[in-house]
Design a protein around this ligand. Structure first.
Ligand code: ACO
Length: 406
């Protein structure tokens, strides 16, 4: 805002001037009360709470509630939320056919995006973003049904039967049971797995106006329903420069492991920008210091591998990559540090998830953030339909000539 209270963007609009900010490096698209990041200091807070306090003490649904409603739930509220979500975990029986209609080796993110979009056809009574009752119900439906979808996608990819949710189990326990196919309701799910997944989902739960969240807001700004908007976010997340990086990190580590290249050779390749190769899981638009989520994920990777008694050569390669990069001028000058994706794939792998499921797990974690941001956007009176301008660099006026004369 200028001194006289007039929005500078409105002044620019009146003069016909536009700002060009490729990749929105320095353009705020909204005001938000949800997530705070200080990229220089490596600080991340959800609704004011430091990420490490939440990751070390909370349950994922508690953090989801915090992001969506603004405060941590008390005992009764939390119990009611959990109960409500449990009641909606089933997918319509007809919807099962949808998951078997895709090639079984199709990427899970493509199927997930289509599946979330498809929820709009089954729950047509929840599509009006301006109706508080409908937005409340669609929030619960998304939180309840997306884990069911992800486990269906994972099971189907392996040619295994799809399993029904079991409402006697907790959210994460039941997701693991359905995905890995433990048949009995009272089957013990290893607490090492549930604790690790709980932590990872919390770490991913929101990250202010990143690529996928901005996409959710952009689509929602046209008053498109929440399913269409979140599905668009899944599409944005699938890219290797965003959520797809967790899968790309594992591919990179395998490549180094299987080649005769040393870790230093690979780092040199990155520095020389050979074939455009990047150190996946490194660098961030906002963090110019260590990503606080990466430190928690790194510790968790050590804990999980140790508790599961798995030695892991790829973790050793990752540590060596980090050690070399953090001492190298190329990375120091560009402020390139590990981001959240650098260590998470190793944890998912140790837990037994196939690589192509890593990014859907990120999506499950990010779901409450997308919902919270959509809801904030739709209820903010300042929201306008997203419509960036451009700087036109094409032809000036020219005139049509018949094809035979071109
Ligand atoms: N490896 C090697 N060099 C890198 C890397 C990397 N991972 N990231 C950035 N750089 C270099 C660029 O080549 C560029 O160098 P230059 O100035 O010599 O041209 C400089 O650092 C700045 O890079 P930009 O691409 O301009 O930075 P930007 O902020 O646009 O990109 C991004 C951020 C996309 C995350 C980038 O760092 C990257 O591609 N990282 C690897 C992919 C990744 O891990 N993505 C996950 C991000 S976290 C998340 O989405 C959850």
């Amino acid at each position: 805002e200028g001194n006289d209270g007039v929005l500078i963007s409105n002044l620019l609009k009146d003069t016909g001037l536009v700002t060009l900010d490729s990749g929105f490096v320095n353009t705020a698209s909204c005001e938000s009360k949800i997530t705070y990041i200080d990229g220089a200091e490596g600080i991340l807070r959800y609704r004011g709470y430091p990420i490490d306090e939440l990751a070390n003490n909370s349950r994922f649904l508690e953090v989801a509630y915090l992001l969506i409603y603004g405060d941590l739930p008390d005992m009764d509220t939390y119990a009611a939320v959990v109960r409500r979500i449990k009641r909606h975990r089933l997918l319509h029986e007809d919807f099962k056919a949808f998951f078997t209609a895709f090639p079984s080796n199709g990427h899970p993110m493509a199927i997930l995006q289509a599946g979330i979009s498809g929820l709009a056809t089954y729950y047509q009574h929840t599509l009006d973003p301006k109706d508080p009752y409908q937005i409340e119900l669609s929030t619960v439906l998304l939180m309840a049904k997306v884990p069911t979808m992800i486990s269906y996608i994972s099971r189907r990819a392996q040619g295994l039967p799809l399993m029904y949710p079991d409402s006697s189990l907790q959210y994460i326990e039941d997701f693991i049971r359905m995905t890995f196919g433990m048949p009995y309701a009272n089957h013990d799910v290893d607490p090492i797995l549930t604790d690790a997944l709980n932590k990872l989902l919390i770490l991913h739960a929101d990250h202010e106006q990143n690529c996928s969240t901005s996409t959710v807001r952009m689509v929602g700004s046209s008053e498109a329903n929440i399913y269409a908007s979140v599905a668009a976010g899944v599409g944005a997340l699938s890219g290797p420069l965003h959520g797809g990086a967790n899968e790309a990190v594992l591919r990179m580590l395998s490549k180094i492991q299987e080649s005769d290249m040393t870790v230093q050779d690979f780092v040199n390749k990155v520095k020389n920008k050979e074939d455009g190769v990047r150190l996946m899981g490194f660098g961030h638009r906002v963090y110019k210091s260590y990503d606080p989520r990466a430190s928690i994920a790194k510790q968790s990777a050590h804990d999980v591998l140790e508790k599961l008694g798995k030695s892991n050569e790829q973790l050793d390669i990752a540590m060596e990559l980090e050690e070399i990069a953090l001492k190298d001028d190329y990375f120091i000058e560009r402020n390139l540090y590990p981001n959240v994706d650098f260590y998470t794939g190793l944890i998912y792998k140790a837990m037994g998830f196939p690589e192509e499921m890593f990014t859907p797990l990120f999506a499950l974690g990010r779901l409450p953030g997308w919902i919270a941001q959509y809801r904030e956007m739709i209820t903010d009176p300042a929201t306008k339909i997203g419509r960036p301008r451009q700087v036109y660099t094409g032809e000036t006026e020219r005139h049509w000539i018949p094809r035979s004369e071109r």
